[in-house]
Design a protein around this ligand. Structure first.
Ligand SMILES: Cc1cc2nc3c(=O)[nH]c(=O)nc-3n(C[C@H](O)[C@H](O)[C@H](O)COP(=O)(O)OP(=O)(O)OC[C@H]3O[C@@H](n4cnc5c(N)ncnc54)[C@H](O)[C@@H]3O)c2cc1C
Length: 440
């Protein structure tokens, strides 16, 4: 029997715009008293909900419970930019690409996860939150164009389709002359992340018991596992941990996970006159040529800007950090949309990404009947879904062939010893973001 006390539990501050523009959410119970289940899942993000959905298909008569520390959709799963990307997307690389064999496998597995999400969107009527729109990459500089050309060459080598766009073509879509060229790839799904997560949870809730606002403060693992919160507990023979970077809070993958935050701001609704001044199409998503640049989305009458990565090993950010980075969002917004003048941001927020030095996920059986799916390396809408789904397959003993592939992947590599990490990681991030220059 082992005891894992949580040294930290999540408390994301500031409501994300994605959550804020939706109607009030369905409320789930807070965990109080003692429950018995066949399966308990900790974490109701992409990974946790995918694990629950897969289990509900594999073992439909079993009792499945999910516990989250926060409201469903409040955490990173509802705070991201909503790009569900099928292609290679190495945030730490120069141009998103990895090696060819690795990327072919990645694409195949990412697409399986996207189809799994698509089936949930169909079943629960969430098509408005899950749009097969593809993504644009935009370059603002010659350096950015070079990065895009290298990315396009890589796609050609992989036999993946793309379309090259010049600045005028991008202006027709985005309304701005800021970009000198771009690349369109068709396989990305654009999600409204909070709407999708809340919708999947609601769809699952007649088969799966969901508890929210119930931080798990300890795990007792053994013949049967007990998950404890301040006011209740669940006992189950099988446990799936889908808490992303908080795996480390329970003592798993210690000194192997990098806790990085990234930040976004969403405008107030643009008036009809402002939308006419902007021009372009009402819905699009653009990621920067340089992985450290700004991601921009237009969702009808609002624009969302995401940029800046910070190293936060204590897994939290602050109001002042969000506001400081908000000023960088405003600069990026004004540079791209000078025709809009000073549009106030209605929402500003930050959220936790979990990365590893070798871009490897945390996946597998870490103790007898204790399974994990985490460390999604900044691409958790797809890879969280993938590893959550495969954790359920592994735990239920299904014959899904991707389980063996996932088990054969390397584990997250060890971080450098201190003080190299606490000095080196912020300096490296600063240097990479500086290199992004105007792309930021
Ligand atoms: C601003 C921003 C933009 C991003 N953009 C993109 C993007 O466009 N595309 C993309 O793919 N990814 C993006 N990401 C990353 C993406 O959001 C994450 O990779 C994804 O949410 C990971 O999913 P997950 O289910 O593994 O973990 P999470 O979404 O973090 O879910 C883990 C859940 O576990 C819960 N939890 C943790 N500890 C406990 C505990 N002790 N007790 C109970 N519950 C607990 C948390 O509350 C949380 O809800 C972005 C992230 C941010 C912040």
């Amino acid at each position: 029997m082992s005891m894992h006390q949580a040294v930290r539990t999540p408390a994301d501050i500031n409501m994300s715009g994605w959550y804020g523009i939706l109607p009030p959410p369905k409320a789930y119970e807070v965990l109080r008293g003692h429950y018995e289940a066949d399966w308990v899942i900790v974490g109701a993000g992409f990974a946790g909900l995918a694990a629950a959905r897969r289990l509900s298909q594999l073992v439909p008569n079993d009792r499945i419970a999910i516990v989250d520390a926060q409201r469903v959709g409040w955490g990173a799963a509802g705070r991201n930019s909503g790009f569900m990307i099928d292609l290679p997307h190495e945030l730490g690389g120069d141009n998103y690409a990895g090696s060819k064999d690795h990327d072919r496998k990645r694409i195949r597995m990412n697409r399986a996860a996207i189809e799994f999400s698509a089936s949930a969107a169909d079943e629960y009527g969430l098509q408005r939150f899950f749009i097969r729109a593809g993504k644009f990459h935009g370059a603002a500089t010659d350096h950015g164009l070079c990065v895009l050309r290298a990315f396009e060459n890589h796609l050609t080598g992989l036999d993946e389709p793309f379309e090259r766009l010049d600045g005028q073509q991008l202006k027709k879509i985005t309304g701005t002359e800021f970009f000198v060229g771009g690349t369109f790839t068709p396989g990305t799904v654009m999600a409204q992340p909070a709407g999708f997560i809340r919708g999947v949870a609601e769809g699952l809730s007649n088969r799966v018991q969901i508890f929210e606002k119930s931080a798990v403060i300890s795990l007792q693992t053994g013949k049967s596992h007990t998950v404890k919160t301040a006011e209740g507990e669940i006992t189950a023979p099988r446990l799936i941990l889908t808490v992303n970077g908080h795996l480390e809070s329970f003592g798993f993958f210690k000194k192997r996970l990098l806790h990085v935050f990234t930040y976004a701001s969403m405008t107030r609704p643009l008036s009809k006159r402002e939308q006419a001044a902007l021009g372009g199409e009402p819905h699009w998503g653009l990621i920067p040529a340089d992985p450290m640049g700004s991601t921009i989305r237009r969702i009808g009458d609002r624009i969302v800007v995401r940029n800046t990565f910070t190293y936060n090993p204590d897994m939290s950010t602050s109001e002042s950090e969000i506001n400081r980075i908000g000023a960088a969002h405003d600069r990026s917004f004004r540079a791209r949309f000078p025709m809009l003048g000073e549009i106030p941001m209605e929402f500003r927020w930050g959220g936790h990404l979990c990365l590893s030095l070798n871009s490897a996920p945390a996946f597998g059986e870490v103790e007898e009947r204790v399974f994990v799916a985490g460390c999604c390396n900044g691409l958790g809408t797809v890879q969280g879904t993938l590893y959550g789904m495969l954790a359920a397959d592994l735990a239920a003993g299904s014959n899904e062939p991707m389980v063996a592939e996932a088990l054969n992947e390397p584990a997250p590599a060890r971080l450098y010893p201190e003080p190299l990490m606490s000095i080196g990681a912020p300096v490296k991030l600063w240097a990479m973001q500086r290199r992004a220059g105007k792309e930021l």
